[in-house]
Design a binder for this molecule. Structure first.
Ligand SMILES: C[S@@+](CC[C@H](N)C(=O)[O-])C[C@H]1O[C@@H](n2cnc3c(N)ncnc32)[C@H](O)[C@@H]1O
Length: 255
């Protein structure tokens, strides 16, 4: 706990995190803020938003640094075996908080499995996987979303260092992490940073005997990012026109 408190300590000189709860992700919030500003993804997707501590730090950085990005936060807002199951209040609070970022951020109330169909292959620059944490869960999330990564795609994995309560991110991490392809922050439950840009063999770097059965290719031309076409009734939506307006405003500020 004492580590989490450091972001509030007077000696801390990093970005002031607006959505701070001191949760398991909190040690990585300054990195999230800096990564958004420096990497400048065109598209960011988070699988597992919960209260939005990590998601809204990415959004805060995008807003404060004028990053021309579309952000998508996906969750059922019902919970899972590791997080625990919870009622609708958290989802409502997250939706309310999102209104300030509605020009570029869309919350999608769906399972990851359903939502993945609405994203074009090669369209995601930055993907954060933080849903259910058993090995089969995180492996399934990684495999089903990896074709969506752009050629410069980066994937963040949280809880790489957690090994109790059936957490299995560490096992997947040992399978996919390679020299020059990954970096691990061992503190704050472990945050893995994995780059698709050095993985061109179309298998997401995994030692997976079934990988040939899945269509994976990073060699295709980048597709244009496709705004999800379903209407997600419980979430504020980002219309294409508001995204266009935001892009124009960002260009105006840069010039
Ligand atoms: C560990 S929490 C996310 C923590 C969050 N990133 C943060 O900053 O604190 C995991 C979330 O993933 C969601 N989740 C788990 N599996 C899911 C699935 N298959 N589809 C949609 N949401 C899922 C849960 O509802 C839960 O809110």
């Amino acid at each position: 706990m004492q580590h989490y408190a450091k972001l509030l300590f007077p000696a801390y000189t990093g970005p002031r995190i607006a959505r701070y709860f001191g949760g398991p992700w909190s040690m990585h919030l300054p990195f999230a803020y800096d990564l958004m500003r420096e990497f400048m993804p065109s598209s960011f997707v988070e699988l597992g938003v919960y209260k939005g501590e990590s998601y809204f730090t990415f959004c805060q950085s995008a807003a404060e640094n004028g990053v021309d990005v579309l952000c998508y936060g996906i969750d059922t807002w019902q919970g899972d075996p590791q997080t625990g199951f919870y009622g609708p209040a958290i989802g409502h609070d997250v939706a309310t908080h999102n209104t300030q970022y509605a020009t570029f951020s869309q919350l999608i109330t769906a399972t990851f499995e359903d939502a993945v169909k609405d994203f074009a292959d090669g369209s995601i620059d930055l993907l954060h996987i933080d849903g259910a944490h058993r090995y089969a869960d995180v492996k399934g999330d990684f495999e089903s979303w990896c074709t969506k990564l752009s050629q410069r795609g980066i994937v963040l994995f949280h809880d790489v260092m957690v090994r109790d309560r059936e957490f299995g991110v560490s096992r997947l991490w040992t399978e996919i992490a390679g020299v020059g392809q990954s970096f691990l922050f061992p503190f704050g439950h472990g945050l893995g940073v994995w780059s698709a840009s050095v993985t061109r063999k179309g298998d997401c770097g995994q030692k997976d005997n079934n990988s040939g059965k899945r269509k994976r290719s990073f060699n295709t031309q980048l597709s244009h990012f496709r705004t999800p076409q379903r209407s997600f009734k419980q979430s504020p939506t980002t219309s294409p026109s508001s995204s266009t307006m935001l892009r124009k405003e960002i260009r105006r500020r840069k010039s």
